[in-house]
Design a protein around this ligand. Structure first.
Ligand code: S3P
Length: 161
């Protein structure tokens, strides 16, 4: 296996589970958002504000292309699978896991988050609608769906591994 991609909505536990999975499977771990931030020397809200969301989406694709040959675990951004090109790269170069959490749990985790521009600009209803739309894409993109509801981080990681 070459890579493991974790996909799912904001606040679904991609980074937390990714780090634990990396430890359990002894594979290097990359958080796509953090890598993009490091490369640009800017935080995500600043990138959205300065260059716009479309440019950020292009940076995600660029990241996926650059990391094509590495053996690692990657937690993606919640919007990464929106682009068909990104879906294709992920499915071709690795195993795609969808971390499926119910919206009410996600809402509890992200509602006060200042580092996610999409949360900042949207109402709860808008975020719920986006969640419903994206869930179909996550399901179609993933090789495996991991239901995290009612599972602790440790249990969810063991289940994913
Ligand atoms: C986004 C999710 C974020 C980050 C950016 C856009 C999205 O990542 O990439 O704020 O469109 O859902 P997380 O899923 O890690 O919050």
């Amino acid at each position: 296996m070459k890579k493991v991609y974790l996909i799912g909505y904001m606040g679904s536990g991609k980074s937390a589970i990714g780090r634990r999975l990396s430890y359990a499977l002894k594979m290097p771990y990359y958080d796509m958002d953090r890598e993009i931030e490091r490369k640009l020397g800017m935080k995500i809200p600043e990138i959205f504000e300065t260059f716009g969301e479309e440019h950020f989406r292009a940076l995600e694709t660029e990241f996926l292309k650059e990391f094509r040959d590495e053996w690692c675990i990657i937690s993606t951004g919640g919007g990464t699978p929106i682009r068909p090109e990104n879906r294709e790269i992920m499915r071709k170069t690795g195993l795609v896991l969808f971390l499926n959490a119910p919206f009410h749990e996600i809402w509890r985790r992200i509602r006060t988050d200042r580092n996610r521009p999409i949360v900042q600009r949207s109402t709860r209803e808008e975020l719920q609608n986006l969640y419903n739309e994206r869930k179909k894409i996550y399901r179609r993109t993933a090789h495996i769906t991991v239901n995290t509801e009612g599972r602790s981080l440790r249990q969810a990681t063991e289940y994913a591994a």
